[in-house]
Design a protein around this ligand. Structure first.
Ligand SMILES: Nc1ncnc2c1ncn2[C@@H]1O[C@H](COP(=O)(O)OP(=O)(O)OP(=O)(O)O)[C@@H](O)[C@H]1O
Ligand SMILES: Nc1ncnc2c1ncn2[C@@H]1O[C@H](COP(=O)(O)OP(=O)(O)OP(=O)(O)O)[C@@H](O)[C@H]1O
Ligand SMILES: [Mg+2]
Ligand SMILES: [Mg+2]
Lengths: 256, 256
């Protein structure tokens, strides 16, 4: 039975998509069957894997709002064991459209549960908000990975994120656990990065992955080539660290 | 009559709050009366000016949802001519609560219009989404400043942002214009930054400000001290560039 992992943090630009794409890619290269779900209207995970979001007839929007079956919509990627449920611009209207639908928080869960047995991992990339799309991601997930950028503003929102997770766990998804926390864009030359990393480790303790993602230009260049970083520059530090992260996730039996 | 400027881009982490806080601070130091409106549930602009978001009885939430008058809620900051309309965690629920309110897109405009004569500039920091909070910001604004991070993913969402602006202009706010585009986190050592900057200049032409904000650690350290960068480190490149931006905005008569 596959494990559904949501990648979420309402703070913008902290490395959610970069983590989702590169983690999914490494798990697939290591032989796991993986589905990457792009649950963000920006559709960055879609283009990060080389798919043109503008030509898509079918996307996660049709799954959530028009109830189309997931297996009719997911697509192949350049990596053998990796499929993607792409996003499109149409998803931008979903936050408002979802408000009027009954069980609006459970829609993604209902679509993904039947697919769980076809994959080892389903990774959900969430948008930078705590709105209905992210709530759907948290409700569908067995586990949550929180990317935290090593910057001051990124620390500020953690309280809100944790209380939202607890609310979802109480009311919608009792199985939801914080699988782990991944520190991103760490720059060892600045005190700020070191201080933030220390704070995060004090608070989350053993949930913080040993792998710490440094600031690495290869990670930000790879999406412009529509490739995960290990296909763009396998020897880069960015590729190595996400490989370490994938190994940590596998060795914990998928759990911390 | 004051000019209302929204700072918006649905891509996360591109420097919206950093631009809003530091531009507002410089305009105030240059003698203009400025109101900074924190329209983001993360309340980063609020803490970036040293205000504790967790103790606030009154915030923008009470203005939008409970119709409290703006002048009862804005607060002083450490800068003489700068007031802030702070945000709080309660705003996170507003996106869903606003859906059911008539004229839900005009609420912020109705609250700010009476305040326009008390200020030279009202600067609105928007959240990383194109939901109802950002739509309220665009509807209330006379002009829009778009921060664009010099990264690939940041380019991708511009089409969606422009079409949303056009929609708001057509249906809700005919006066809305793109005042300018500010390039942020520019790192001249990487080809990626140079390529993105070139693309943006090709597309937006004279709307791109001459001031280009480099990646500068002082900008990310300042918020942890609750200060805009010119009070934290006046001689830093980050402080200088935002001063240049403020001068460009003033010299254009507030317009490009
Ligand atoms: N470790 C890193 N080093 C350098 N650049 C990075 C790193 N991780 C991510 N980036 C770049 O930083 C930007 C933000 O990352 P990303 O888009 O993955 O964050 P996000 O949390 O998904 O953003 P959003 O909140 O908009 O969804 C992107 O341009 C990405 O390429
Ligand atoms: N020029 C810069 N150099 C270095 N760091 C910067 C710069 N501009 C912003 N930052 C830092 O990068 C992070 C993202 O910036 P900021 O929070 O202003 O973006 P935002 O667009 O407001 O994000 P969000 O989408 O979450 O609202 C912050 O930690 C900020 O301190
Ligand atoms: Mg993303
Ligand atoms: Mg912000």
């Amino acid at each position: 039975m596959g494990k559904i992992i949501a990648i979420a943090n309402q703070k913008g630009g902290v490395g959610k998509t970069t983590t989702a794409v590169n983690l999914a890619a490494w798990l697939a290269i290591m032989g796991k069957r993986v589905l990457l779900v792009d649950n963000d209207p920006q559709a960055n995970a879609t283009s990060g894997l080389g798919i043109n979001k503008n030509n898509l007839q079918l996307s996660i929007y049709e799954v959530l709002i028009e109830n189309k079956p997931v297996e009719k919509i997911w697509q192949r990627t350049s990596i053998e064991n990796l499929l993607i449920l792409p996003s499109s611009v149409r998803l931008a209207g979903a936050e408002v459209e979802l408000v009027g639908i009954t069980e609006r928080e459970m829609l993604l869960k209902k679509c993904l549960d039947p697919a769980k047995e076809k994959f080892h991992y389903i990774i959900i990339d969430c948008p930078p908000s705590l709105g209905l799309l992210t709530i759907n991601g948290l409700t569908a997930a067995d586990a949550l990975i929180i990317p935290i950028q090593c910057e001051y503003y990124a620390l500020e929102g953690l309280g809100q994120l944790i209380s939202t997770v607890q609310l979802v766990k109480k009311r919608l998804n009792p199985a939801l656990e914080i699988e782990g926390v991944i520190l991103t864009m760490f720059d060892g030359r600045t005190n700020l990065s070191i201080q933030v990393a220390d704070e995060v480790k004090k608070y989350f303790k053993s949930k913080v992955y040993k792998a710490i993602v440094p600031r690495n230009v290869r990670l930000s260049e790879a999406p412009s080539h529509g490739k995960p970083v290990m296909l763009y520059d396998k020897r880069s530090r960015g590729a190595e660290v996400y490989q370490e992260l994938a190994k940590e996730i596998l060795s914990a039996g998928g759990g911390k």
